[in-house]
Design a protein around this ligand. Structure first.
Ligand code: 5GP
Ligand code: ZN
Length: 117
């Protein structure tokens, strides 16, 4: 069922405490932890605890939860004292999505080019 934990999902396992992660923030509905392969001095992933395959599916099913993720991304940036940062939702393998549990990347601590390429 939509939103239910998936046995084969890495981020569901992190939510369940079955895979370790460096958690920086937690709310009732979200978890934020450091990316294992950081692409910037600060690189944190913010996820809904519920399983949705990508950000659009999350927003369609539970718009308030999608808003929680975006708000938590801002809270993470504030905690990390980032003046500027980028929030990224990769959607689909062609855009670099490798984990099919919705997540926001929060990237900062260095100059970020635009367009990103
Ligand atoms: P995507 O490529 O799907 O947008 O983002 C998935 C992210 O998850 C990647 O940036 C990758 O480095 C990160 N990642 C993959 N496996 C793990 C893990 O086991 N722990 C943590 N903390 N991050 C992971
Ligand atoms: Zn999941």
């Amino acid at each position: 069922m939509a939103g239910e934990p998936q046995d084969d999902c890495l981020f569901c396992k992190i939510v369940a405490g079955q895979v370790p992660a460096t958690v920086v923030r937690e709310s009732e509905t979200t978890l934020a932890f450091r990316d294992i392969n950081p692409q910037a001095p600060t690189h944190i992933l913010v996820i809904p605890k519920a399983h949705y395959r990508d950000a659009a599916a999350l927003a369609a099913a539970e718009p308030a939860l999608a808003a929680d993720v975006v708000r938590e991304a801002g809270a993470v940036a504030e905690e990390e004292k980032l003046e500027s940062y980028r929030t990224v939702f990769n959607t689909g393998a062609g855009a670099g999505q490798t984990v099919f549990h919705a997540h926001a990347h929060v990237l900062g601590g260095r100059g970020l080019q635009w367009p990103p390429g």
